[in-house]
Design a protein around this ligand. Sequence first.
Ligand SMILES: [Zn+2]
Length: 90
Amino acid sequence: MVEETIMEKIEEKAEEKAVENHKFFDQKNCDRCGNELTARITSWFTTDTICMDCSAKEDEIKEKLKAKGKNPSDYEGCGYIPKTVNGKRL
Ligand SMILES: [Zn+2]
């Protein structure tokens, strides 16, 4: 039965999403710097859950990309960030 298969897939996907959300909101510390998460956001470049300080550093990377004439959107989810930005460690 095609329809049953579709429903199973949808339920499976919804469950995966719920687990992901749970993980996101349960997480206590930043994936990147280890600081306690008072506010959280998903990294622009990776799947890390990060703090606002780390997010601000990512914004600096985005600014640098723009300064080089690149579109930061092209790098969304690329899975890589440089180790330092403007001489500061990430
Ligand atoms: Zn952080």
